[in-house]
Design a protein around this ligand. Structure first.
Ligand code: FAD
Length: 445
């Protein structure tokens, strides 16, 4: 049989190995624990949940709830483990983390089609990987956000250092139909005819009130290993604000070249929103990467004129996180364009979150299984949640950042509806598209 080597026994790697086994494909799963533990991993078991024990919402009105439904429908082994070890958590799916990891570790150890090797892989030239590739096999890197340094360095050489990142710098994303366009307007700097940005104006009093709220807001403390080293061009908005009362007005909130069409004059400051999607249905707040606690972000950013009722599809964050510039370096089967046969799965590919990493591990396993059979996996439709993750990884961005799954990654609905109804419409459309795709998968098996 053709060798398949999976590096990293975390959420994506374990899902990948078990899905391949369920398809009759043997693999070797290589995990560096217990010889080496990343700064966030503490346990020797596989599929360790490094922080919260919550896998977030489990209701179909939330994108991550739908992603769970899709994984259950595909027979995801990690979702089954989560369901079997769940603890009460209201509308969320939370698990007993020790039981969850035990469940998966025992399944993998008992699976005859999986060989578990406890070893650190330092480069793509490691004999285990190199021999597999030479034999026409596949390598799947699922080493996560805290990939060991030597392997990261090798990956940087392979992709080009400019395409491998070590920190994410995530700015919040808003749904554009929740922005008050009586206040905000579309225009590019110095070019009112080019409507690339949505602009929210602040007068001097609004600016200072916003600044005060920003500086008084609670931030999420750094974990020890995250004590950073931010790049100057990518500072958290609150760090910039602390440098001086006008730093933001001269930096990410500068108003030059953006006259307000209602007054013909430049406001005191402007927050720019940049489209996340071609149809401009969702936008990020430019330069607003932040470490503010989530509820604080909603409170403070709704002080920006035009965003009073904003629906935040994603909130901002900054973490240590190893990930590639997926749209530039990965093909549709998540393999490196520079090293065909080497696929990336999970957070290192540019998805964010436990369930997203499982989901991407599942997709990668299906893509590799198809490739081994000389076929290609039918693309998951962009309306469903697995498809949305794949679209995110394939869509070039000025500053590509990892993403949780959210409805803003899917095509716009194309009609107006109240917020609660809109979520149901997204869900309905997603389920229909997913069911059709699943049918196709079954026919091509
Ligand atoms: P991991 O689950 O990290 O698995 C990677 C595995 O690869 C690890 O077991 C590691 O030991 C192994 N490995 C690494 N390098 C090598 C090597 N060179 N050779 C062999 N093995 C190697 N997401 C959430 O949804 N909720 C949260 O609360 C949350 N908290 C997080 C907290 C921290 C500190 C971090 C860093 C991330 C957090 N995430 C969270 C984000 C992310 O979803 C998880 O990190 C998730 O575990 C990613 O899954 P993965 O399979 O890609 O990587």
């Amino acid at each position: 049989t053709v060798p398949v080597i999976i590096v990293g026994g975390g959420l994506a790697g374990c899902e990948c190995a078990l899905v391949l086994a369920s398809l009759g494909i043997a693999s070797t799963l290589v995990e560096m624990k217990p010889h080496r533990l990343s700064p966030a991993h503490h346990d020797t078991r596989l599929a360790e949940l490094v922080c919260s024990n919550s896998l977030r919402a489990d209701t179909p009105d939330m994108a991550v709830g739908l992603l769970k439904e899709e994984l259950r429908a595909l027979g995801s082994p990690l979702m089954a483990a989560a369901d079997a070890t769940r603890v009460p958590a209201g509308k969320a799916l939370a698990v007993d983390r020790a039981l969850f990891s035990d469940h998966i570790t025992s399944r993998i150890e008992a699976e005859p089609l999986i060989t578990l090797v406890r070893q650190e892989i330092s480069s793509l030239e490691d004999p285990l990987l190199a021999d597999a590739l030479l034999a026409g096999g596949r390598v799947i890197l699922a080493t996560g956000p805290l990939t060991a340094e030597t392997l990261s360095a090798d990956l940087a050489r392979t992709t080009g250092a400019e395409h491998l990142f070590f920190y994410d710098a995530i700015a919040p994303i808003v749904a554009m139909d929740s922005v008050n366009m009586d206040v905000a307007w579309w225009a590019s700097r110095y070019n009112p005819e080019e409507k690339d940005y949505c602009n929210c104006p602040l007068d001097e009093a609004q600016y200072h009130a916003f600044l005060e709220a920003l500086q008084g807001a609670r931030v999420v403390p750094c974990r020890e290993f995250e004590e950073e080293k931010h790049f100057e061009g990518c500072l958290p908005i609150e760090t910039m604000a602390a440098r001086g009362p006008l730093t933001l007005a001269h930096g990410p909130m500068k108003p030059v070249g953006l006259p307000d069409p209602r007054t013909g004059k430049e406001p005191f400051a402007v927050v720019q929103l940049r489209p996340e999607t071609l149809d401009k249905s969702s936008c990020n707040l430019v330069g607003f990467q932040t470490k503010l606690a989530y509820p604080e972000q909603e409170r403070v950013f709704r002080m920006i004129p035009g965003l009073e009722q904003a629906e935040f599809l994603r909130l901002g964050s900054m973490h240590r996180n190893t990930f590639v510039n997926a749209p530039a370096v990965l093909g549709p089967d998540f393999s490196l364009l520079a090293r065909p046969g080497v696929h990336l799965a999970g957070q290192i590919s540019g998805v964010e979150g436990y369930v997203e990493s499982m989901g991407h591990g599942h997709l990668t396993a299906l893509a590799v299984a198809a490739a081994l059979a000389g076929k290609s996996l039918p693309a998951a439709p962009p309306e469903c949640m697995l498809g949305a993750l794949a679209v995110h990884l394939a869509t070039p961005a000025k500053s590509f950042q990892p993403s949780n799954v959210h409805f803003g990654l899917t095509p716009a609905l194309g009609r107006k509806a109240p917020k609660a109804r809109r979520k149901l419409l997204y869900a309905e459309r997603s389920r229909t598209a997913f069911a059709r795709w699943k049918e196709t998968l079954m026919q091509t098996e």
